[in-house]
Ligand binder design. Structure first.
Ligand code: C5P
Length: 245
């Protein structure tokens, strides 16, 4: 997996960025559908770059919190989206660390508070516009796996393969619970389920770039499926598309 990200990465030339011949695999879906894990593993297997677009929204949310910005002040949040410096760094052990304005914010970004702040600011159209080009900058050879909510519908509508992952809300809450509990974060299953349902509703109902599958996306319901099974299914889709070209 290749990680070079955002403003600190070597910025590709305009032509390179617009090079639609660079293949993109989009993996969209609701929180807890397994997007992050599957996308990272698939990117690793393909040797492609990886974009965790949710981390950008979370980083802006966290940065806004640090600056005590009012989540009801869109103009301040839009400025924050333009100004927040976000870098992704892979440690020698293969962990992905996310650096926001020079501080390692990886753990804070994963909290439900950061997720809820991200979801609130992600509903502001100008914030989405502010992050659009930053996301498209990730499209570099040999290819990109982009994970989020609107990767296939808005950011990379010409992606060669589009996947939409789902899973039952109960299973998604359980996965989050195991993940956070394992890290010692104090959460309850019922609380996580409530937050997941509230976030799903807000993401699906917002006016701009609502969470929905692209018309040409392949839907995979991951309820009860193992990670390896889903990774193989996604890799097969990429392989088939390449074979067809
Ligand atoms: O994927 P993740 O849970 O990290 O995303 C956090 C929030 O950021 C989501 O609930 C969603 O509101 C927002 N988001 C978005 N568009 C994306 C990625 C994330 O609106 N492409």
């Amino acid at each position: 997996m290749r990680l070079d990200v955002g403003r600190q990465a070597k910025r590709p030339s305009h032509n390179e960025r617009m090079d639609t011949s660079i293949p993109v695999l989009t993996i969209d879906g609701p929180s807890g559908s397994g997007k992050g894990t599957i996308s990272r593993l698939v990117a690793q297997q393909l040797g492609w770059h990886y974009l965790d677009s949710g981390a950008l929204y979370r980083a802006v949310g966290v940065s806004a919190g640090w600056a005590n910005l009012d989540l009801a002040d869109p103009a301040a949040l839009v400025r924050c989206a333009f100004d927040t410096e976000i870098r992704f760094r892979e440690t020698p052990t293969g962990d992905l660390r996310i650096i926001v304005n020079g501080l390692d914010a990886t753990d804070e970004l994963r909290t439900e508070t950061a997720g809820a702040a991200a979801s609130a600011i992600a509903a502001i159209p100008e914030v989405r516009t502010a992050l659009k080009e930053r996301q498209r900058d990730f499209r570099c050879a040999p290819g990109l796996v982009a994970d989020g909510r609107d990767m296939g519908t808005v950011i990379f509508p010409d992606a060669s393969v589009k996947v939409f992952l789902t899973a039952s809300a109960d299973e998604r809450a359980e996965r989050r619970y195991k993940q956070l509990n394992g890290k010692g974060v104090p959460v309850t299953l019922a609380g996580l389920l409530r937050e997941i349902l509230a976030r799903d509703a807000r993401d699906a109902q917002r006016a701009v770039a609502p969470l929905r599958p692209a018309e040409d996306a392949v839907r995979i319901d991951t309820t009860g499926l193992g990670i390896d099974h889903v990774v193989d299914e996604v890799l097969a889709l990429v392989g088939n598309r390449r074979g067809a070209q």
